[in-house]
Design a protein around this ligand. Sequence first.
Ligand SMILES: [Mg+2]
Length: 370
Amino acid sequence: MKITNVEAFGLVAPLKEPWKIARVVMSEMNATVVKISTDTGIVGIGESLARLSSETTRSIIDNILKPILMGADPFDVEILWEQMFSTMRTRGHHKGFMIEAISGVDIALWDIMGKATNLPVYKLLGGKAREKIEVYASSLLFKGTDVLVKEALELVEEGYRGIKLKIGQGLKKDIENVRAIRNAIGQDINLMVDANSGFGAHSAIALGKELEQYHIFWLEEPVPPDDIHGYEKVTRAVNIPVAAGESEFTRYGFRDLITLGNVAIVQPDVARAGGISECKKIATLASVYNLPYCPHTGASGAVCVAASLHLSAAIPNFLLYEHMYPPNPLREDILKEPLPKVKDGYIEVSDKPGLGIELDEGKIAQYMSR
Ligand SMILES: [Mg+2]
């Protein structure tokens, strides 16, 4: 089998209600969708995470990755990954847009391999470690305390046994929100807090110590990803497991986050960290340190979600799946058939070949950014 074409499409969709989190207000969703065609007629779909300028990712795929891929066999995925990575590895592009672009290509190659063998991707990854994937609801955004409590109770009513709250509104407000939500939902629901890199280590420690009494399941991204020593300080000082990894890239980045940052839970995003091939390696690396894997899917499109579900089904040390519930057109509105739905706090993975999804070309055209 040979690759005959590689295309990438920058997508952008405005949000009816902007997402307010620490440091940023997101008023639109971006993603880059990748399509790889082969001489058998099989077409694979991938997605690169794009926080902004999905066109930049598209340009990297068109100009740097496509020449490597043309004429190659998609089953040579490991070799192709190394070739793509080595192109810019020594030029400082071992993080960021370059790896996000590789991620989208890698996901599409796995989709092709699944379709060519008539097997779902989780089967190619070694099989289903679980029939149902446990999810948590992500996330309660920056809103008034009363609104947050009401939303949290609705999520519990819907069957979620874990809820994540965005923090970073200031020590007093964060504590007030956590206290009110914990009192409302009781002790049996897991409550996670996510700072989106909004603190320095000293503030994160001060807040983390105050939050210990509310039985927090994890404290996510307390400090920026480049503050690896900050991670180490927070994990030593605060008696709450620290989770991180949505802003990290490749097994090399996760090696440092685990061994230097001392994090308790890893959260790679398959559309950013290097694709399915690399996330499988990151999961294995985490397993060496007996750490759980919880995929990040925030502000991602439907292809990333599908790929994340296959990884979640297959990875032995998987713990919980991040189900984003705030509306996102790039997740809900670009497929012919919608993604699996959450039922009683669990979600199932598709048994169809490859990722098990089909793009709605009309919708893709509608959201294209050029
Ligand atoms: Mg997060």
